[in-house]
Design a protein around this ligand. Structure first.
Ligand code: PBG
Length: 297
């Protein structure tokens, strides 16, 4: 699965400095990226939006003409072969950069669930094939499942970011999505990096609530977590090869310190070996190109 950043505006292909080779795209140009993906056989994308304005209710996240809603309906028409996943979170849409509603500097879990319902429904009404809640809000999968079922979208699957650690590997992404928290950190809702038992609990809860795919994030430093989860669940396991993991390879390779393609493939292979059925990665084009060549396609 290839992540794509969509930004409001026209004629934009904005390089993300901390992620060489990754861009923010305006809707009138994103077909350039999608054509490159399709050319190497990658038809699954996950969309992240950078809205025009942010506020303390994340209004742009669930309005009908929001950046993601527009992107989904346009891409559905233009590229019928795409499978479009949308990330459900509020950090890009909140002026404070946190993943939900903030009350007295604390995340209000249940108020955030109400907004998540609206966001999920608006994405699916626009045509999203699958939604991926990434905020680590307690009860998010159950709430979204109920909402989609009530509104005639019982067959839309949910890929839950079930296990998301409070990781320092997300730093380049926060540049890309301009979602740096303006105060505090995300440790009250994201997981403690030293804890694996809680990961198993989070996954079990999400599966009970109706998750169709569970995801571990980040991937590289959490291969043991992927492996344990693969043993206990009977839904597909995904992992997110996050921005910091991508940028480390780009930086070292650009300096000539490592050989890019071999290290990239070794890293992705380790995720498969650990048990990932699905990998979300900024290397989608490069890795698929190599896989195709190796298979003589
Ligand atoms: C939250 C979200 C994040 C990422 C994906 N979804 C950022 C965060 O939790 O701070 C990180 C992905 C990456 O680092 O590549 N909307």
């Amino acid at each position: 699965i290839a992540p794509i950043f969509i930004i409001e505006g026209e004629n934009i292909k904005n390089p993300i400095l901390s992620m060489p080779g990754v861009f923010q795209w305006s809707l009138d140009r994103v077909h350039e990226e999608i054509n490159n993906l399709l050319a190497v056989g990658v038809s699954r994308i996950i969309l992240f939006g950078i809205p025009e304005s942010k506020d303390n209710k994340a209004s742009d996240a669930y309005k009908d003409s929001g950046i993601i809603q527009n992107a989904v309906s346009k891409l559905r028409l233009e590229f019928p072969e795409l499978f479009i996943i949308t990330d459900l979170c509020f950090c890009e849409y909140m002026d404070h950069g946190h993943c939900g509603v903030i009350d007295k500097e604390e995340l209000d879990n249940d108020a955030t669930l109400l907004l998540l319902r609206k966001q999920a429904l608006s994405h699916v009404q626009a045509g999203a094939h699958m939604v991926a809640p990434s905020g680590m809000i307690d009860g998010m999968v159950g709430e979204i499942r109920t909402c989609l079922d009530e509104n005639g979208f019982a067959s839309i699957p949910i890929m839950s970011y079930a296990v998301k650690y409070a990781s320092s590997f997300y730093a380049p992404f926060r540049d890309a999505a301009s979602s740096v928290p303006q105060f505090g950190d995300r440790k009250s809702y994201q997981m403690d990096c030293g804890n694996i038992r809680e990961a198993l609990k989070e996954v079990e809860l999400d599966v009970l609530e109706g998750a169709d795919i569970v995801m571990v994030k980040p991937a590289l430093s959490y291969l043991d977590v992927i492996n344990e989860i693969k043993k206990i669940v009977h839904v597909p396991v995904a992992c997110y090869n996050v921005s910091g993991e991508y940028s480390m390879i780009q930086a070292a390779a650009n300096n000539g310190w490592i050989e890019h393609d071999n290290v990239m493939m070794e890293m992705l292979l380790s995720m498969k070996r650990a048990g990932a059925d699905i990998i979300v990665t900024y290397f989608a084009i490069q890795a698929s190109t190599i896989i195709k060549q190796n298979n003589g396609i």
